[in-house]
Write a protein that binds this ligand. Structure first.
Ligand code: PLP
Length: 413
């Protein structure tokens, strides 16, 4: 077995999560489904609960103190997000329900306004449906062409390939920062640079990167970036769309209703300034407060430290997974994170997940909302994915349980 000195003590970090504490309703679960959603620290649960208990009011409406406080907390969360991703200004941060809604917003608002028949939209073969279906539907609606940037056999994207696909007709390149299946980290800054050189915009799906490595929108120079709170130790029901101010200025609203207009007359509508223009109706206020606490939690550990620790753990897992006979791991060996999609002999991935669950290990199995990619890989896979509270004991337990799974299905030693 490998002996590595690890830079963080995950056991200590687990102390900050009720999910990992003894409780009559809790199994002592090894949670390896973090790409689907992460567990929540006490700090987030308390921030949300505190908001509902003592500060609940609608935002940007009430003529009363509690409404002013709720608005202050909501806008403070926006400021926190802006600092977290290094946006130039808070107006570039639109709160949504999650990555899916953020990308749908761009496809509807920007796409249906600016994409013309004959234009091209480049998507990669490894996209989650959230960053694929909005573009497929937009292409269909607008008579545009969806251009697929295929992956290599080792599960990476080649920039030379992108160079060949870009043309004066390209309007947008949509790419995930980290694939939710292959775990590969894509060179998004380089991709955005190439898109810009061709006169196109670049959208980055940061759902799988936001909690695991530094994400700096100015360094990446993306035009749009989307992520979800719940994959970053925060609540469900809250997500972020970052967009450059100039784009938000020229994009029409996505939803219309309360809170997003300056003037409504029978003969004239004047939208509010961004980001309010894109936040019709009562927003997810308590959830934004929870997201604020989640980003504070992440930064209390430090994103460089998280990336370094998860890299060490990934290296450990990659070495140990190789010990399991008949295990096929997808994605590259280098330049990847702790998302491990695999098959084991010819055992159905759902059966693998069921046996692992019987050993108190939670993993996901299936097509991972990435059907074209899964088809390319040959079908469904099981997927174990890491977060900051996982450690080598968890990997060791997974490896033991995979050996056990082989035995259950009659594979020898
Ligand atoms: N993009 C990627 C890469 C994802 O992994 C996911 C969720 O798994 C999403 C988008 C969608 O996120 P949500 O369901 O929070 O909108």
């Amino acid at each position: 077995m490998m002996t590595t000195r690890f830079t963080l003590d995950a056991r200590e970090i687990r102390q900050q999560f009720p999910f990992f504490q003894p409780h009559p309703e809790m199994r002592n679960l090894i949670y390896l489904d973090n790409a689907a959603t992460t567990q929540k620290p006490y700090a987030v649960i308390e921030a949300v609960s505190n908001f509902w208990a003592y500060h609940n009011a609608n935002v940007h409406r009430g003529g009363h103190g509690v409404g002013a406080k709720a608005s202050e907390l909501y806008e403070a969360a926006r400021g926190r997000v802006a600092r977290f991703i290094n946006a130039r200004e808070t107006a570039e941060i639109v709160f949504t329900r999650g990555t899916t809604e953020s990308i749908n917003l761009v496809a509807s608002s920007w796409g249906e306004t600016f994409v013309q028949p004959g234009d091209e939209l480049i998507v990669t073969e490894m996209e989650h449906h959230a960053n694929l279906l909005p573009w497929m539907r937009l292409a269909e609606k607008r008579g545009a062409r969806l251009v697929v940037w295929h992956i290599t056999d080792s599960g990476t994207l080649e920039l030379d390939q992108l160079r060949k696909l870009l043309s004066e007709r390209t309007r947008l390149v949509a790419v995930s920062h980290i694939s939710n299946v292959l775990g590969v980290i894509n060179p998004v800054a380089e991709i955005c640079r190439m898109a810009h050189e061709a006169g196109a915009l670049c959208l980055v799906d940061a759902a799988q990167s936001i909690a695991h490595m530094p994400v700096d929108v100015q360094a990446i120079d993306c035009d749009f970036l989307a992520f979800s709170g719940h994959k970053a130790y925060g609540p469900t029901g809250i997500g972020v769309l970052y967009a450059k101010r100039a784009l938000l200025e020229e994009m029409p609203p996505y939803h219309v209703g309360g809170g997003m207009v300056q003037t409504v007359r029978w003969d004239r509508l004047r939208w509010a300034e961004p980001p309010a223009k894109f936040e019709a109706g009562t927003p997810p206020i308590g959830e934004a407060v929870g997201l604020h606490a989640a980003l504070d939690f992440i930064d209390s550990i430090g994103r460089e430290a998280i990336a370094a620790y998860e890299h060490e753990l990934t290296e450990y897992a990659l070495a140990r997974l190789q010990e399991v006979p008949g295990l096929r791991l997808y994605g590259p060996r280098e330049g990847r994170t702790g998302i491990f999609a695999f098959t084991l002999e010819d055992i159905h991935p759902h059966d693998i997940a069921t046996v692992l669950d019987s050993r108190d290990i939670a993993v996901r199995a299936g097509l991972h909302c990435a059907h074209p990619l899964s088809e390319r890989l040959g079908g469904p896979t099981a997927r174990a994915s890491l977060a900051i509270y996982n450690d080598t004991d968890h990997i060791d337990a997974l490896i033991d349980a995979l050996h056990y799974t082989r035995k259950v299905f009659g594979y020898a030693g």
